[in-house]
Design a protein around this ligand. Structure first.
Ligand code: NAD
Length: 737
């Protein structure tokens, strides 16, 4: 039999070598055709007396990237279409469609012939579940094994929850499933999720050896007398473990993620049943999760949209691809050093310039530190480190910029200094090279005034720490050309980050919304909400840190500077509020600037921090916590950020709903279960959102007043994704405001 995605060769010992190598794809993924073919292969192996056992390997550098989630999206779309006329039939079709893979894997597990997974490199999601369904797993040293489904609002629904918890220690298993973390080979072996680790080229030989030695084709859990690694759920050990697991789930998720909630259900209920029934329970919960708006939004933003943005959905048409060989970086400080590292890591040569040689060298030393850490963790070799460092040339000499394709400035946030370095660099740079600013707030059009070639001038705004943060915000000045945008996007793709493209304005998108989150925290303080309650409300709403904590990170003196500058600009029109008094007291009177001087709303000791007991000296005694509704506080924090996003969208600084959503999650950690700031509004419905804004305006002040776009959409019962469906590859001019 011949297959599109697989080949099979059977040797003289009766061992079938199945090679998974999908044509025209760089990575093996699980789609409908793979499922059908796998099932046929299992039938073939089981039904052929000449075959004793089988090995499944990949014909690519990695084993599998997991299920193609667009398939899930398709299933969901069908479900929503059918649901109107035939809710029961729609639910049944979704359940059956979503458990197809489970049944194929179970068939493989119980077909009577042993299967060994020979796994190289990355093995994710449905790929990991396939390996777990096999009767043994041999992996190579480059293994990266994970079940990251919770990160897109789901859980491993092809037997993953049941098999992991029957193979490994309960605590480690639950952590692995709930956090969606990636395991390296030694850890996977220690957890008994893999049997043997060997070199990539020895995988098949090792698998053959296992099969020839007579690998048991019946799993332990399909035999009489099987015992779970942690004992029964209802047992003294279980009583110790499961209530604690539930508490940890609540602490980590605040019950915001249906995927994680139903994962726990599937595990606790499934472990009390034989495997076939347990898999049914898992499938039922999986179909339930699929129907939640959280899963739909997370799949859309964190899988579909992110993939589209990574493939440069916003790259202008007709622009030739750019190969960026060399970048210049001006300013080797905190950001410049990080940008140098990610560029060199992508194989790009870097000229790293600062005022003094010592400062430039210090910038390069950052890459040394990061690589040394990676070596310690077994994630890089000394050779890779030396190669990377050799690509960075730290210097004070601007002449070195002569052959750079792109120059990024990351000097102090000061207009005059930025002007000086722009002029200095441009005298040396090739006329076609692009100049980018990493400014966090200064409008790009105004900075481009210092340039002789404003068409070649663009904003490339990184987030800190640069090596960890995946988002890059590209800012178009009034005169920025399509070619400059294409170059910026090609560079961001080369360094493997996710770009969003926004039009120019003060604070752009991300910085502007983040400031509203911090401001709302300060307004709550002024309203008399206890500080701890504000911080908890932030985290319970799904933000990574509370607003006061974020204020400390961004720096309170910076916030005070912005407030003072706005006050000066607006003169008598400036309406002074309680927020000014709090900031002034913190910064001017108390000299508490935030994490940077170890004193802010928190006291910092090394990595530990505790709320500063003196906050009440600044704000006065808080009111009793009972005076405030925690649900309303959580909503205030999210509504304010979503509202600001809707305003930015109306101003056409943001032009693409995908960028608003993905940018909010990757840029400032906006509650991921919502799918992002605009999905949050769509999820509750525009009319409900507008009503909420009006209620908050009456109660908390005019900053909650809904903008015209939102009011109009609410009246017409429109959603953001309905009214502004994502556009692909549109010409830049149509995106301008
Ligand atoms: P930093 O103070 O750590 O580094 C600035 C560096 O620029 C210093 O090493 C300084 O010596 C150097 N420099 C100053 N004048 C120079 C000149 N004339 N020529 C060459 N080098 C010069 O600051 P940072 O935090 O890295 O911020 C740099 C830029 O990035 C700012 O525009 C900032 O707004 C922006 N930014 C910062 C963050 C952040 O979180 N820190 C995030 C995004 C963007």
């Amino acid at each position: 039999m011949s297959y599109k995605n697989f080949t099979i060769e059977t040797d003289d010992d009766g061992i079938a070598l199945i090679t998974w190598d999908m044509p025209e794809k760089s990575m093996n993924v699980i789609d409908l055709s793979v499922m059908d073919e796998l099932e046929a292969i299992v039938d073939q192996v089981a039904g052929d007396d000449a075959i004793k056992g089988a090995i499944i390997q990949s014909g690519k550098a990695a084993f599998s990237g997991g299920a193609d989630l667009t398939m899930m999206e398709g299933l969901l779309k069908d479900f929503h279409v059918k649901r109107g006329n035939d809710p029961e039939g729609a639910a049944k079709a979704l359940y059956e469609g979503s458990r197809k893979l489970t049944l194929v894997y179970r068939k493989l597990e119980t077909c009577g012939k042993p299967f060994v997974a020979a796994v190289c490199g990355t093995c994710m999601g449905g790929g990991t579940e396939l390996a777990l369904a096999c009767h043994a797993r041999i992996v190579d040293e480059g293994l990266k094994m994970g079940l990251p489904e919770v990160k897109v609002g789901l859980f491993p629904g092809a037997g993953g929850t049941q098999r992991v918890m029957r193979m490994t220690d309960g605590q480690q298993g639950m952590q692995f499933l709930l956090q969606g973390r990636t395991l390296r080979a030694p850890q996977a072996k220690q957890m008994k999720l893999v049997d043997e680790v060997t070199g990539t080229k020895k995988l098949v030989a090792a698998a053959r050896k296992l099969l020839n030695a007579g690998l048991d084709p019946v799993k332990d859990w399909d035999k009489k007398g099987y015992r779970l690694p942690n004992g029964k759920v209802y047992s003294p050990a279980g009583f110790q473990f499961w209530p604690a697991a539930n508490a940890i789930y609540r602490r980590e998720t605040h019950d915001n993620y249906p995927g994680a909630r139903y994962l726990l259900h599937a595990v606790v209920e499934g472990l009390q049943l034989p495997m076939d029934l347990a898999l049914q329970v898992e499938s039922r919960y999986f179909a339930k999760v699929l129907q939640t708006p959280e899963a739909a939004n997370m799949i859309r933003s964190l899988f579909v949209s992110m993939q589209e943005l990574n493939k440069l959905a916003r790259r202008p048409e007709g622009q030739r691809p750019n190969k960026i060989r060399k970048v210049g970086i001006l300013g080797a400080g905190f950001m410049g050093a990080g940008i140098a590292y990610v560029s060199a890591k992508a194989g790009i040569d870097v000229v790293l310039i600062d005022r003094e040689q010592e400062a430039a060298d210090k910038g390069k030393a950052h890459s040394d530190e990061l690589m040394s850490k990676a070596i310690k963790r077994g994630r890089a070799s000394e050779e890779q480190k030396q190669k990377l460092l050799a690509r960075i040339n730290p210097t004070v000499d601007y002449e070195a910029l002569a052959d750079c394709d792109l120059v990024i400035e990351a000097v102090f946030e000061d207009r005059d200094i930025k002007k000086t370095v722009t002029e200095k660099a441009e005298t040396v740079m090739k006329s076609r090279a692009i100049f980018a600013s990493n400014t966090s707030t200064l409008p790009i059009t105004s900075l481009a005034q210092a340039s002789k070639r404003p068409k070649n001038f663009i904003g490339i705004h990184f987030f800190s720490p640069v090596d960890k943060m995946m988002l890059v915000e590209v800012i178009l000045g009034k005169r920025t050309s399509d070619r400059a945008l294409a170059m910026a996007l090609d560079y961001i793709k080369a360094i493997k980050k996710t770009p969003i493209v926004v039009n120019d304005s003060r604070g752009f998108y991300t910085s502007r919304v983040v400031m509203t989150y911090i401001r709302e925290g300060l307004m709550m303080l002024a309203d008399g909400v206890p500080a701890a309650m504000i911080e908890n409300a932030g985290r319970m709403a799904g933000m990574p840190v509370g607003p006061l904590s974020l204020g400390d990170e961004v720096a309170l003196d910076l916030a005070w500077k912005i407030v003072s500058a706005t006050r000066k600009d607006l003169g008598v029109k400036y309406v002074e509020g309680p927020l000014d008094n709090i900031l002034e007291a913190m910064v001017v009177k108390q000299e508490r600037f935030g994490r940077k001087n170890g004193k802010g709303f928190y006291d910092y000791k090394g990595k530990d921090k505790t709320l500063w007991p003196g906050i009440t000296d600044v704000t006065g005694q808080p009111k009793p916590a009972e005076n405030f509704n925690i649900e309303e506080l959580k909503q205030r924090l999210l509504v304010m950020q979503a509202l600001e996003t809707a305003r930015i969208f109306e101003e056409k600084c943001l032009t693409d709903v995908r960028e608003a959503d993905v940018g909010s999650i990757l840029g400032f950690g906006f509650a991921p279960y919502t799918g992002g700031t605009l999905s949050y509004i769509d999820m509750m419905g525009t009319a409900t959102f507008v009503d909420l804004c009006k209620k908050f305006t009456r109660k908390w002040g005019p900053r909650f007043k809904p903008n015209k776009l939102l009011r109009d959409m609410a009246r017409e019962n429109e959603s953001f994704y309905g009214k502004f469906p994502p556009i692909q590859n549109k010409q830049l001019k149509t995106l301008r405001n």
